[in-house]
Write a protein that binds this ligand. Structure first.
Ligand code: HEC
Length: 142
């Protein structure tokens, strides 16, 4: 009888341990489940630090490198001769213009001339930047 009682007690203990072990197994999550939960509880916003501003401020353009501004705003015509523009480096095309004086060229570039819109169509350029680019173009074309 005592042996019987011990066996029953042992059986009960084994069942309890088996349940605990099985219970632990049920709360174990797979990698995919963890990822899915992390996705659902992640914060709404994400912070990005250090990306470039969409548009450079005007002050930055005033200090811009003339060669770079030329590439961006003038090369389309003055690098190719498009719209009858005098090509940079074409000394013959520039000789007469340079002879009229630097101020006349500044004025044409800032206000526009013939097929050329004011400031080559880039109104965000400061007058000083346009003058610096004219100097750059003239220095390449004498
Ligand atoms: C849409 C084409 C175009 C763009 C862009 C352009 N130009 Fe011109 N540019 C011309 C043409 C065409 C002429 C000749 C105008 C004429 O003599 O009738 C010219 C002439 C000039 C002259 C000589 C002006 C004169 O009085 O003889 C200068 C200096 C000049 N451009 C500077 C610039 C600068 C600086 C830029 C960029 C900021 C620029 N251009 C962008 C088409 C362009």
């Amino acid at each position: 009888m005592l042996v019987m009682a011990l066996l029953v007690a042992l059986f009960v203990v084994i069942v309890i341990i088996a349940r605990m072990v099985a219970g632990d197994g049920e709360t174990e999550l797979s990698e995919a489940q963890r990822a899915a939960i992390a996705e659902q509880i992640k914060p709404v916003g994400e912070v990005h630090v250090g990306s470039a501003p969409a548009a450079a401020p005007a002050a930055a353009q005033a200090a811009a490198d003339p060669a770079q501004v030329y590439q961006q705003s003038c090369f389309a015509c003055h690098g190719t001769g498009a719209a009858g523009a005098p090509k940079v480096g074409d000394k013959a095309a520039w000789a007469d213009r340079i002879a009229r004086g630097r101020e006349a060229l500044y004025k044409s570039a800032i206000s526009g001339k013939g097929a050329m819109p004011p400031k080559g169509g880039n109104a965000s350029l400061s007058d000083d930047t346009v003058k610096a680019v004219v100097d750059f173009m003239v220095s390449k074309s004498r």
